[in-house]
Design a protein around this ligand. Structure first.
Ligand code: ATP
Length: 224
C-alpha cells in the first residue's frame, strides 16, 4: 500500500506538486494521468526516493523510507525504456538483473516469469531481434522478478503496436495482490485494466474510480 500525504515539491520557485495526498490500496491499479509537464515524473520520482521530499510524507506499506531499510525491495519500477543488453538473450538479461538485484538467479522462478509474460519460447534469442512489445514484456519480467508488492510502471505500453499493447495489458491484468500505479495517456487501456485514476492538474491531485473518471471524460469536463 502507498500512502502520500501533504506532498509538496518545487524546482526553484516553481511549485509542481501542491499538498498532494493519495492512497493506493492492495489490489488497486491506479492510473496516473495528467498533461505533459503536470508533474507525473516528479510524483513518481518522489515515490521512488529519487528526489528528496521537501514537504509531506510518503508511506510504503505503512513505513517511511527512513524507517524501512527494505523500501527499495518493496517498490519495483518499470521505466518507459528499460536499459537492456542487446547482445544477450532474453534469458541472460533476466539472469543478469536477477543477480544484480538479489545476488542469485532462480531458474524455476525465471521460467515461471518468462512463461507469464509469453517469452519462454523466445528466451534463447538475442534481444536485438525482439520487437518493442517483447522488450517491454522482458522489462516487465525483470520488474516482476523482484517480487515487490508495489509496482510503478511508467507508460508501459508507450510506442507499442496494438497487438503488443494487448499482450502487456493481459500480463498486467493477470497480476493479483499488488498495488499498482501506472502512468498512461491511453483512456482505452485505463478502462481495461485500472480500478482508479489519480488525475494531476495545476499541482493538485484528485483520485477517482475509473468509472467516475471515464464519465467525466465523456461529458467533456476534463482535458488530459
Ligand atoms: N530537474 C528539474 N528542474 C527544473 N524543472 C524541472 C525538473 N524536472 C522537471 N521540471 C519541470 O517540472 C514540471 C513537471 O515535470 P514532470 O517531468 O514531472 O512532468 P510530467 O507530467 O512527467 O511530464 P511529461 O508527461 O511530459 O513526461 C515541468 O514543467 C518540467 O519542465
Amino acid at each position: 500500500m502507498i500512502s502520500v500525504s501533504g506532498l509538496t515539491q518545487s524546482y526553484g520557485n516553481k511549485e509542481i506538486l501542491n499538498n498532494i495526498s493519495l492512497s493506493i490500496e492492495k489490489n488497486e491499479v491506479c492510473a496516473l494521468v495528467g498533461r505533459n509537464g503536470a508533474g507525473k515524473s516528479t510524483f513518481i520520482n518522489s515515490l521512488l526516493g529519487l528526489i528528496p521530499i521537501k514537504k509531506g510524507e510518503i508511506l510504503v506499506n505503512g513505513k517511511t523510507r527512513k524507517s524501512n531499510k527494505r523500501w527499495k525491495n518493496e517498490i519495483a519500477y518499470l521505466p518507459e525504456k528499460f536499459m537492456l543488453y542487446p547482445s544477450l538473450t532474453g534469458y541472460e538479461n533476466i539472469v543478469f538483473f536477477a543477480q544484480a538485484g538479489t545476488g542469485k538467479a532462480d531458474p524455476k522462478k525465471i521460467e515461471q516469469i518468462l512463461n507469464s509474460v509469453g517469452l519462454w519460447e523466445d528466451r534463447s534469442r538475442a534481444i536485438k531481434g525482439y520487437s518493442k512489445g517483447m522488450l517491454q514484456r522482458l522489462g516487465l519480467a525483470i520488474t516482476l522478478y523482484q517480487d515487490s508488492d508495489i509496482l510503478i510502471l511508467d507508460e508501459p505500453t508507450s510506442g507499442i503496436d496494438p497487438m503488443g499493447r494487448k499482450e502487456i495489458l493481459e500480463v498486467l491484468r493477470s497480476l493479483s495482490g499488488k498495488t499498482i500505479l501506472l502512468s498512461s495517456h491511453h483512456l482505452d487501456e485505463i478502462k481495461q485494466i485500472c480500478t482508479h485514476v489519480a488525475f494531476l492538474e495545476n499541482g493538485k491531485m484528485t483520485k477517482y474510480t475509473v468509472d467516475d473518471f471515464l464519465t467525466i471524460q465523456e461529458l467533456g469536463g476534463m482535458e488530459k
